[in-house]
Design a protein around this ligand. Structure first.
Ligand SMILES: Nc1ncnc2c1ncn2[C@@H]1O[C@H](COP(=O)(O)OP(=O)(O)O)[C@@H](O)[C@H]1O
Ligand SMILES: [Mg+2]
Length: 280
């Protein structure tokens, strides 16, 4: 667990280690992942960045147990991943809230699957909604709130079952830049409290810089790691100016020419927008 992360005492379990050993993946003739070997430590947040279609979601799906590797091993706490498990929770961009359930019911549902008492589940759902600043919105339906609020709800639902690992696939990709930053703050607060291991796929380099302990930059398909960046032990804010050289290097690896004058925040923001168009 990185220093500065403190697990709350109410968490009985510990986060999860992942180990990818010489992992290959093909879909028929399509060779997607080429010999991927990496360890992910407990409580670590590793961001996966790379061109669209390079195999990032496929890697997450293997960690989730939704896809099998074509070669090599994918281990969770030293054991082969055989299928999905609530200890490893996947969350993706299109919010998968049920439109006919209220926000509270959507969040509580995660616990009802685990046979938690219904009243207790409701009570916990209200607590987790409050943690993502949605107190007062418990009885709203998803279509009555903003996209940002729906993703806050999805975060509450992902965290309520206190998974050891969170697998986030472009969780804020559909949100505007400002809303996305507030959601990144919310996610960081939740991570500080619950300290799960996180694999985060994102096309937003600033999001990776802000949230990650480590960033893996992938090549286009078949995906290999072009370079790894270590950001552990940094107190980070959205002013990422201290990471400007790293940011420029990552964009360069992704084939995007970062402009020389980008270090002030306004133009950095502008560059983020154009990054998405090229990378997404
Ligand atoms: N179940 C599948 N069957 C066939 N091809 C797939 C399947 N899942 C993904 N692919 C293909 O594998 C490649 C990598 O996909 P994906 O992991 O979703 O990329 P990324 O998330 O990096 O954009 C893409 O070309 C995609 O079309
Ligand atoms: Mg993807």
């Amino acid at each position: 667990m990185p220093p500065g992360h403190h697990r709350s005492s109410w968490i009985s379990s510990f986060p999860m280690k992942f180990s990818f050993q010489n992992v290959r993946k093909s879909f028929g003739d399509l060779h997607v992942i080429e010999d991927f070997t990496r360890h992910v430590d407990d409580g670590e947040l590793v961001a996966l960045v790379g061109p669209s279609g390079c195999g990032k979601s496929t890697l997450l799906h293997m960690a989730a147990g939704l896809e099998r590797a074509s070669g090599g091993k994918v281990l969770a706490d030293g054991k082969a991943i055989k299928g999905p498990h609530p200890e490893r929770t996947l969350m993706f961009q299109e919010n998968a809230l049920y439109p006919w359930l209220t926000l509270e019911q959507n969040v509580a549902l995660a616990l009802e699957f685990q046979r938690t008492d219904k009243r207790k589940a409701r009570e916990l759902a209200r607590e987790w909604l409050a943690k993502v600043q949605l107190a007062g919105f418990e009885d709203y339906f998803p279509q009555q709130v903003s996209g940002g609020m729906r993703q806050r709800t999805a975060l509450a639902r992902a965290f309520i079952s206190q998974p050891k690992a969170l697998l986030l696939d472009e969780p804020f990709g559909a949100l505007d830049a400002l809303t996305r930053m507030t959601l990144q703050d919310a996610l960081r607060d939740l991570i500080r409290e619950a300290a799960p291991t996180v694999l985060l796929v994102t096309h937003d380099v600033d999001e990776a810089l802000f949230l990650a302990d480590r960033i893996l930059v992938f090549s286009s398909r078949p995906a290999t790691v072009l370079k790894e960046f270590n950001l552990a032990h940094h107190e980070k804010t959205h002013d990422l100016s201290e990471f400007a050289p790293m940011r420029r290097e990552i964009l360069g690896l992704l084939g995007i020419q970062a402009r020389a004058e980008e270090s002030d925040l306004a133009s950095a923001h502008h560059t983020t927008q154009s990054t998405e168009e090229v990378v997404a």
